[in-house]
Ligand binder design. Structure first.
Ligand SMILES: [Zn+2]
Length: 275
C-alpha cells in the first residue's frame, strides 16, 4: 500500500499529528485536565533521572539491574553489554537531522513512551513520511510487525514523539525543564494540553499497529519490543518508567486497548508476557 494513500497517510499519523492537531493519534478529551488517570507521580526531579518516583510496579522495581527480567525466549541475558544486546536485535539506523530538537543527556532520561503508528505502513515508510511532511516529529525507534526495527533518532537527542500533554503533566511526571527543546515545528493544541516536557526526558518507541481494527500484536514484534527495552535499560544502566502515549495526553488513541496487558507486563517485568 502506498504510504500516500488515504489509509497509509492516516496510518502513519501517530507522532506526526502531535505538533499540529488533535486528529489521528490524539483525540481531545472533553475535560480540560486529567483527573488522575495517570499513576506516575511528580516527585521526581531531573536529579534522579531514571529513578522517576512512580507508584507503578515498574518504578517500584527500578533497581537498576537492567536485565533481571529478560525474557527467556529473547536472546537477552544478564550481564550482556548494551552493544551485545543491540547486536541481537534487527536494528537499522536511518538517522535524520531534522528529527533532532536538542540534547538529552543521560541524566535527563526518565521514560520510555510506547506508541502505535495506527497504520500498516512499514517503519521505513513511516519515517520517510515523517521526513516529508515537514512536521519534524518522530519517535526514536519504529518496530515492524516482523520484529525488525528502524532507529531514526539517537537516544541522547530529543525527538518530538510525545507532543503536548495535559496541563499539569510536566509537574506530575517530573519533566519540567523544556529549555533543551528547540520546539521547532510545534503548534499549541489548546489550553488543556500546554505541557511539552516529556520529549526532553524520554525515548519514544513506535509499533506498527492499527488499533481501530482491534488487531493483535505479532509475537515477533512484541519480542522485539522486549529486546529494545532491555537494550535501552542496559544503555542507561537503569530502568526507565514505561508509559504509553495516552498516559501523557489524556484521550490519545495510542497505545491500543489490545496493548494494555502487554504494557502492564512491561511495567512490572520488562517483558510483554510477564515472564
Ligand atoms: Zn503516539
Amino acid at each position: 500500500m502506498s504510504v500516500f494513500s488515504d489509509a497509509g497517510v492516516r496510518g502513519l499519523a501517530c507522532a506526526a499529528v502531535l505538533a499540529f492537531s488533535l486528529a489521528g493519534c490524539g483525540t481531545a478529551p472533553s475535560e480540560s485536565v486529567s483527573d488522575g488517570v495517570i499513576d506516575v507521580t511528580a516527585e521526581a526531579t531531573s536529579d534522579d533521572a531514571g529513578n522517576a518516583d512512580a507508584d507503578s510496579a515498574a518504578a517500584n522495581d527500578a533497581s537498576g539491574d537492567a536485565n533481571q527480567h529478560a525474557a527467556t525466549e529473547t536472546p537477552v541475558a544478564k550481564n550482556m553489554t548494551p552493544a551485545e544486546i543491540r547486536a541481537t536485535l534487527n536494528i537499522v539506523e536511518d538517522f535524520r537531522d531534522e528529527f533532532i530538537h536538542g540534547e538529552k543527556p543521560a541524566e535527563f532520561q526518565k521514560y520510555i513512551v510506547m506508541h502505535d503508528t495506527e497504520g500498516e505502513g512499514e517503519a521505513s515508510n513511516v519515517i520517510d513520511w515523517w521526513a516529508s511532511n515537514g512536521s519534524r516529529v518522530a519517535s526514536h525507534f519504529v518496530v515492524n510487525k516482523d520484529g525488525s526495527i528502524v532507529q531514526c533518532v539517537p537516544m541522547d537527542k530529543i525527538a518530538h514523539h510525545a507532543g503536548f500533554g495535559d496541563a499539569g503533566h510536566n509537574e506530575k511526571f517530573g519533566v519540567t525543564d523544556e529549555s533543551r527543546d528547540d520546539k521547532e515545528g510545534t503548534q499549541p493544541i489548546g489550553d488543556w494540553a500546554p505541557d511539552y516536557g516529556m520529549n526532553s526526558y524520554s525515548v519514544g518507541i513506535e509499533m506498527v499497529h492499527k488499533g481501530d481494527e482491534h488487531e493483535g500484536y505479532p509475537e515477533e514484534q512484541l519480542r522485539a519490543v522486549d529486546g529494545l527495552i532491555a537494550y535501552i535499560d542496559a544503555y542507561y544502566g537503569f530502568q526507565s518508567v514505561i508509559i504509553d502515549h495516552n498516559d501523557w495526553r489524556t484521550g490519545n488513541s495510542d497505545c491500543s486497548e489490545e496493548f494494555q496487558p502487554y504494557l502492564q507486563n512491561l511495567q512490572s517485568t520488562r517483558t510483554h508476557d510477564g515472564s
